[in-house]
Design a protein around this ligand. Structure first.
Ligand code: SF4
Length: 171
């Protein structure tokens, strides 16, 4: 959970902020480029959300931050953002969110196919994400584009959970 006491001074005043635990992975800037920007070797909020679209994007970025470095001063209703991930980016390609610190915040994608969905790299485990991916048909196969030196519990747990929900196989 982001700490208000560790709020970076480069954030513009307002509700959303980035704290000093940011690892500069870029995830927030991908999900909400209208709110977050690159400031040196960390991110900051350069524009507070004003529209419903900007607020939803900022909330998806908050959920997706691998280090929980994004916070808001007031309590947000996160249900719309939880329901909006994975988000459609092009045709049958979806961006999962829920980046994992063990992959330095790499973005994972879900490709929907009639022959079975493919998960490109692994997000961190999250019950809402598992449920949403299951509702989209689950995962038939996973493609890892990163070198993984040792089994990662979060990845294994996510695949196992999706498998048990969807009765499909991962390979
Ligand atoms: S997603 Fe989190 S860790 Fe990554 S750049 Fe944004 S604030 Fe930093």
């Amino acid at each position: 959970m982001a700490s208000l006491a560790q709020r970076l001074p480069d954030n513009v005043p307002g509700d959303f902020f980035v704290d000093n635990t940011c690892i500069d992975c870029d995830a927030c800037r991908i999900f909400a480029p209208q709110v977050f920007s690159d400031k040196g070797d960390q991110s900051n909020v350069y524009h507070q959300p004003e529209t419903a679209e900007e607020l939803l994007a900022a909330e998806k970025a908050l959920i997706s931050c691998p280090t929980a470095s994004i916070g808001s001063v007031t309590k947000q209703d996160m249900r719309p953002a939880l329901a909006a991930l994975p988000e459609l980016v092009d045709d049958d390609v979806y961006r999962c969110g829920y980046a994992s610190e063990s992959s330095f915040g790499a973005i994972s994608y879900l490709i929907r196919r009639p022959s079975g969905n493919i998960l490109i790299d692994s997000p961190r485990f999250s019950g809402p994400l598992v449920r949403n991916i299951t509702a989209m048909g689950g995962v038939a196969r996973m493609l890892a584009t990163m070198f993984i030196p040792a089994p990662r519990p979060s990845s294994c747990s996510l695949q196992a959970a999706i498998r048990s929900h969807s009765a499909m196989t991962c390979s």
